[in-house]
Design a protein around this ligand. Structure first.
Ligand code: AMP
Length: 254
């Protein structure tokens, strides 16, 4: 199973390819989940393009699509929420209260509906993967989780359904995110281990633009807690707001 919110792009397509390598039957889900949007205008502006999405699913040999309506998902008396403590309070969770409970609730319902053996998620949403991993482990869900690498535009910007909303100028400025991450990776490769220095390498590139930095942090890949000293496998996570659009990215140090 590959859960998505639609407006599919090559990043999603790569998840279908990974799924095909691991499973005989690949199911995509498309559901723009109101529970995970803490900002209702963000929800309303979320791009919808089901016809194009179906075409991409066919091109990638996806066998089934599950695309329920909001009413099917959440009847008027829906009363359950899946809440994961701790790691949902940090990073995206700190800026988007309730977001991860919305994600965990919908993913639980999608898993119940499809009962997949394997579910594939993207590294692009690194914290989301960590949260779902915690949930699957804590609730003994018999599902193997796979994290597939982030797919980027040719110039380095991580693909996202939200990118289409960026103005030409903001699209150009958004490049600073991946360039900042590359600058930090270069410093790490040259032997620098101090987190603050690596964080500043990212921030100094982004601060040349009009992007508002929500956070740039260096965290442990499992706990997502800040680390003062970086090592291979530590993750730099970034969230910025450009033109009112929230963009996230991350890099696992190698
Ligand atoms: P979304 O439709 O944005 O909720 O994303 C659905 C799935 O696709 C999630 O597991 C995301 O992490 C993944 N995804 C989104 N963008 C990318 C990307 N650029 N590369 C790889 N996976 C991605």
């Amino acid at each position: 199973m590959v859960p998505t919110m639609g407006a599919l792009h090559q990043g999603h397509a790569s998840l279908f390819e990974v799924a095909h390598q691991l499973a005989d039957v690949v199911v995509a889900t498309i559901f723009v989940n109101p529970l995970q949007f803490n900002n209702s205008s963000d929800f309303k502006k979320y791009p919808l393009q089901l016809d194009r999405d179906v075409q991409l699913l066919e091109e990638h040999g996806v066998h089934y699509l599950y695309a329920p309506t909001v009413d099917t998902m959440y009847g008027s008396d829906f009363s359950t929420s899946v809440h994961i403590e701790g790691i949902t309070d940090l990073l995206e969770g700190a800026s988007r209260p309730g977001h991860f409970s919305g994600v965990a609730t919908v993913v639980t319902k999608l898993f119940s509906a499809g009962r997949p053996d394997i579910a594939v998620f993207g590294q692009k949403d690194f914290q989301q993967f960590a949260v779902i991993q915690r949930m699957v482990s804590d609730l003994d869900m018999p599902i193997r989780l796979i994290m597939a690498p982030t797919i980027r535009e040719r110039d380095g910007l991580a693909m996202s359904s939200r990118n289409v909303r960026l103005s030409t100028a903001a699209r150009q400025q958004a490049l600073a995110i991946s360039q900042g991450l590359l600058a930090a990776q270069a410093q790490f490769a040259s032997g620098i281990r101090e987190s603050q220095q690596l964080i500043e390498a990212v921030e100094s590139v982004i601060s040349l633009t009009s992007a508002e930095i929500d956070y740039v942090k260096l965290v442990d890949a499992k706990t997502l807690q800040d680390t003062t000293s970086a090592s291979e496998g530590s993750v730099i996570v970034v969230a910025v707001i450009l033109d009112g659009i929230r963009l996230i990215d991350n890099h696992i140090l190698v």
